[in-house]
Design a binder for this molecule. Structure first.
Ligand code: NAP
Ligand code: MG
Length: 499
């Protein structure tokens, strides 16, 4: 067996062990006996050293002009492009999604990196007339300071890149804590940024648990921005701590995303959409389709076509090119998913297919779970309301578009949503009325592009949007500048205009 690689923390430009010397293993969810890497189990002291380094590096980094900071990000992005295949393979081993998807995940980092490079020559701000003569009213974007980035396991490189690239481009310094299940992809990203010439202390990487490393980051007074993607439960904890310290905080949390199918829809297209939306990434996307809302006129026909296609899904080793669905992330998550299935049955939903772990042969090496569909689901059921984060789809039957929209909106989350219809009026009504940060027409709930705003309403977040130009609102603060060249004292709101 190949020797298992040990990854270190990256603090102040040096790769170092955790101060306690403790480590943990990162394992492959498809082959649990395979250790992907050994990582540092850090504690508060390691976090303090990382924040200290970031704080020290900030004054110099923010003075480098944004186009020059962008050059470093461009070089890093080019290296990611060269190493795309190798990075995708590593990610499939540490996370379990198939190679097509991990190539896509790395591609998101590439897209985000090049966008940030371009933003180095934009970072546009607003100028506006003053209400007084001979006076300029200008604004500038300024970096905030030390950013704490805390990321989940389902997009091991894409999500870290969404946070790290724009935070750095804007002139902040960063401490990142990746998810314990998937620290390798972000470690490689950090190494690449180092190779591209990022100065010491500008980006620091500390691995370890949410309760130790995560808590130490969010509670530290020198961390001025916390950017978090993960569960609503942890998000709310972070908002509470950030509120106490008056930190800026951006939260990207869960979803319970609906796909509506109306009678005029291209049914095969809608089946393609829900298959990809519900079972892609083994259902472990914040934008995964977890609710399918079918109009009664096409209900039976649609269920028949869907069942046939679900039965054809190839579930297995995600390193094989033709695998559609890999395992779920770990044992606890598989148990959690199964717990929801049991609740669904108890509450009276009808299990159409799946509903149990896959066993035997290669399945016994990992955390595989059957694609699962419940029908006869009503909006009050637990499986209709809570995020399961696995390959479990709940199907609802409705009589009208109004009822479909009411069901779709009847949850606490509001990230993504989708409608399949060829009726223009129905499509427009759905776009107008679905309570979600993202609505797709004739496309699945997953598939966001990195140059558009990404995030959701209600308990999906706290009003911020990552992606595109909107993420720069998180990582910059406005400086307003008035320049008075009248040579006299002018009083806003008080002086009156005379010729
Ligand atoms: P999670 O349990 O909330 O963990 C996310 C991150 O927070 C991990 O790095 C975790 O560390 C850390 N953490 C845990 N407790 C913490 C604490 N008290 N203080 C600070 N950090 C803490 O979520 P997950 O299970 O990794 O990811 C699944 C969730 O993420 C789902 O709800 C999904 O919808 C959501 N998600 C949302 C988006 C979006 O953009 N809206 C995208 C992807 C995923 P450990 O790994 O060490 O526990
Ligand atoms: Mg792993």
């Amino acid at each position: 067996m190949a020797e298992v690689k040990e990854y270190l923390n990256y603090i102040d430009g040096k790769w170092v062990r955790s101060k306690s010397g403790r480590t943990f293993e990162n394992r492959n969810p498809a082959k649990w006996d395979e250790v992907v890497g050994i990582f540092q189990k850090s504690s508060k002291e390691d976090v303090e050293a990382a924040i200290e380094a970031a704080k020290k590096a900030f004054p110099k980094w923010k003075r480098i002009p944004a186009p020059k900071r962008g050059e470093i990000l461009r070089r890093a992005t080019e290296i990611i492009m060269e190493r795309k295949e190798e990075l995708a393979r590593l990610m499939t081993r540490e996370m379990g999604k198939n190679l097509k998807e991990t190539r896509g995940d790395v591609q998101e980092a590439i897209d985000t990196g090049f966008y940030a490079f371009g933003e180095g020559r934009r970072l546009f701000s607003w100028n506006t007339p003053s209400e007084l003569p001979d006076k300029f009213a200008l604004t500038f974007r300024k970096p905030v300071g030390v950013v704490g980035a805390i990321t989940p396991w389902n997009f091991p490189m894409a999500i870290p890149s969404w946070k790290v690239f724009p935070a750095l481009l804007a002139g902040n310094t960063v401490v990142i804590k990746p998810a314990t299940d998937t620290p390798a992809s972000s470690a490689e990203m950090v190494k690449i940024l180092e190779e591209a010439g990022l100065p010491p202390g500008v980006l620091n990487y500390v691995t370890g648990s949410g309760s130790e490393v995560g808590e130490a980051i969010i509670n530290h007074p020198d961390v001025r921005v916390v950017t978090f993607t993960g569960s609503a439960e942890v998000g709310s904890r972070i908002a509470e701590v950030a509120g106490k310290h008056l930190k800026k905080v951006s939260l990207e949390l869960g979803g319970k995303n609906p796909q509506i199918v109306m009678p005029s829809a291209d049914l095969d297209l809608a089946v393609d959409g829900v298959l990809w939306g519900a079972f892609g990434t083994t259902g472990q996307r914040c934008t995964a389709t977890s609710r399918l809302i079918l109009h009664e006129a096409i209900y039976d026909e649609f269920i028949d076509r869907l069942l046939k296609r679900v039965n054809e899904l190839k579930i297995g080793d995600p390193l094989e090119e033709d695998t559609d669905m890999g395992p779920v992330i770990n044992q606890a998550q598989r148990e959690r998913i199964h717990g929801y299935v049991e609740i669904g049955k108890k509450e009276g939903a009808k299990l159409l297919i799946g509903g149990e772990p896959l066993t035997g042969g290669i399945y016994d090496r990992g955390w595989f779970y059957k694609p699962t569909i419940f029908v006869d689901v009503t909006p009050d059921m637990t499986i209709a309301q809570e995020e399961i984060f696995g390959p479990v789809l709940s199907v609802f039957k409705v009589k009208s578009l109004d009822e479909a929209i009411e069901v779709a909106n009847g949850v606490n989350y509001g990230l993504s949503s989708s409608i399949y219809t060829t009726n223009l009026l129905e499509a427009m009504k759905a776009v107008e009325e679905l309570e979600a940060g993202i609505t797709y027409v004739n496309a699945p709930t997953i598939g966001a592009e990195t140059h558009l705003p990404f995030g959701g309403v209600k308990k999906t977040g706290n009003g911020h949007r990552e992606g595109g130009w909107t993420v720069y609102e998180i990582f910059t603060e406005w400086k307003t500048v008035y320049i008075d060249f009248s040579g006299k004292l002018q009083k806003a709101q008080i002086d009156t205009w005379e010729e």
